[in-house]
Design a protein around this ligand. Sequence first.
Ligand code: FES
Ligand code: FES
Length: 161
Amino acid sequence: PGGGNVSFLLDGEIVSVTAGATDSVLDLLRYKLRRTGTKEGCAEGDCGACTVLLGDPDGEAVNWRAVNACILFVPMLDGKALKTVESLSAGGDLHPVQREMIDRHGSQCGFCTPGFVMSLYGRSVGAAGTTGEPVADVIAGNLCRCTGYGPILEAGEAVPA
Ligand code: FES
Ligand code: FES
């Protein structure tokens, strides 16, 4: 789709923005909506630091999938739903995925953490391609330079899919 007016659901609220055809969802989140939990690592779809969930409404349900916000264009949000890492603690409590990441020391410098959390959260809500998949495959698109992945895998295993 081209640029123009784009409307989507963010945590149940309708957000309407004007965007160019190639404006990235990552920049929209960080610079316009001030959702800076979503990080920019590589900015080219390789590291997963910018992982968010994109939802296709399907009646009462929403079919979620984890995507890289850095290579998702804002017009592609039109009519869709979006969740960012901020969505998980909107009520003030951490999501079990976040709690397990803390308890198992799955975060060191922390830069990759929001992306891992969103991939693992996607698994907990049955996001596309996660059902019945090993945790290692669910986080295959997320890179971490600090932890060696073991604690992150343990955190993922500890949360029911
Ligand atoms: Fe690396 Fe988006 S910033 S995949
Ligand atoms: Fe530092 Fe993952 S905790 S990159």
